[in-house]
Design a protein around this ligand. Structure first.
Ligand SMILES: *Cc1c(COP(=O)(O)O)cnc(C)c1O
Length: 388
């Protein structure tokens, strides 16, 4: 008899051989632009904490106060014993930031996507999904049982062709896309997607995970950036990136949100968001709305880094980006790992992103409002060193 678990070790060996093996790295102390990584102080270009709020004193105080008032756990699902006034306050704050009729919070952005997609479409329906969408959208699509067609990245002509050929064969249709693509940094063609959704009677789901707090005049995201506030669509996002906490949300019409509270399994059958996470996210949204200068600072850093890259490192293969996420394409996984390692030795934390997360290996830099210009200068100096 063969050992039924033997394949696991063989599989791990294959992952190692391909340079796809991954493991955790320990960060000590507070999050921020500078962190202690396995005992070494490094400039952090690996964080989703775009506004530097995860270590903000006001979020910490709000979380502590919520624990003291409500305890550590929500103790039940929202529909049974886990609903608190704090959850409603957070949902109202999200709806006000997004200028939607309502919002509902989930325990993570991943669960928000799984829950919304499986509630909205099923076996008789069609999903059209950008090829580079986040894992949570892709797995939500599979879980829904709908027919799934991936269209080439941001290719609206290909999407239109698919819609003309396929739309009439299905009951409902859901087009879905990241707004800022998480491993590339470019934006979805939102205006054209909205037009196509109208033309072919499709729902449109936009995942604002990396754009909330980052894009748009008030930090509402890509939808605001493109002047589409108030248009009919399904906006999803996370509380765990620019908002410095943990959790996810769906924002949209009152009927959409009411429906999800009755039909989204990852909301109905899971414990409500913890009081500490809820309170921290609520404090973060207040800061996003009251301190636009954080966003100004973030975009100043993005412009500064882009300018220096163009001037000093024109040969680096920078992927198209309109966000604080900047990626350099590298020829192989092992080279990406090598560059990541060299930067790390120089005190810079910028991870190599490899298949299967992305089709081609790259180094990914994400900027924060709390980076200082000297941090970016140091990154440029080290990239210059490496490319010599
Ligand atoms: C991070 C991310 C998510 C998941 O959000 P979590 O709150 O971390 O679960 C979903 N979609 C996109 C595009 C993301 O980048």
């Amino acid at each position: 008899m063969t050992d039924p678990y033997a394949w696991i070790k063989e599989s791990l060996a294959t992952i190692h051989r391909a340079d796809w093996y991954r493991s955790v790295q320990t960060i000590h102390g507070q999050p921020g632009a500078i962190v202690l990584l396995a005992g070494q102080e490094v400039i952090n270009f690996a964080s989703n904490d775009y506004l530097g709020l995860a270590g903000d004193e006001r979020l910490i105080k709000a979380a502590i106060a919520a624990i003291q008032e409500y305890g550590t756990g929500s103790t039940g699902s929202r529909l049974l014993s886990g609903h608190r006034e704090l959850h409603r306050e957070l949902e109202t704050a999200i709806a006000s930031l997004k200028q939607t009729e309502d919002a509902v919070v989930f325990s993570s952005g991943y669960l928000a996507n799984l829950g919304a997609i499986t509630a909205l479409v099923g076996k008789r329906d069609l999903i059209l999904s950008d090829q580079y969408n986040h894992s949570s959208l892709k797995n939500g699509a599979i879980l829904s049982g709908a027919a799934v067609i991936e269209y080439p990245h941001c290719d609206v002509a290909a999407l239109k062709t698919q819609l003309s050929q396929q739309r009439q064969n299905y009951r409902r249709c859901l087009i879905m896309t990241d707004s800022i693509f998480s491993m590339d940094g470019d934006l979805c063609p939102l205006l054209t997607l909205l037009d196509l959704a109208d033309e072919f009677s499709c729902m449109l789901l936009v995942d604002e995970a990396h754009a909330t707090g980052v894009l748009g005049k008030t930090g509402a995201g890509c939808v605001e950036h493109f002047g589409c506030t108030g248009r009919q669509l399904i906006q999803i996002g996370t509380l765990s990136k620019a908002l410095g906490s943990l959790g996810g949300y769906v924002a949209g019409s009152a009927s959409l949100i009411e429906f999800l509270r009755n039909r989204a399994p990852t909301w109905i059958y899971t414990t409500g968001l913890s009081p500490a996470d809820t309170a921290a996210a609520l404090a973060a949204i207040n800061i996003v709305q009251q301190e636009p200068q954080r966003r100004v600072q973030l975009w100043r850093n993005v412009d500064y880094l882009k300018k220096l890259l163009q001037q000093q490192l024109p040969n680096l293969k920078l992927l198209p980006s309109e966000s604080p996420i900047l990626c350099f394409q590298l020829p192989s996984a092992s080279e990406a790992l090598q560059v990541g390692k060299q930067l790390r030795q120089a005190g810079i934390f910028a991870p190599a992103i490899r298949p299967p997360t992305v089709p081609t290996s790259r180094l990914r830099i994400s900027l924060m409002a709390t980076h200082e210009l000297k941090h970016i200068d140091k990154l440029i100096a080290e990239l210059n060193n490496i490319s010599k």
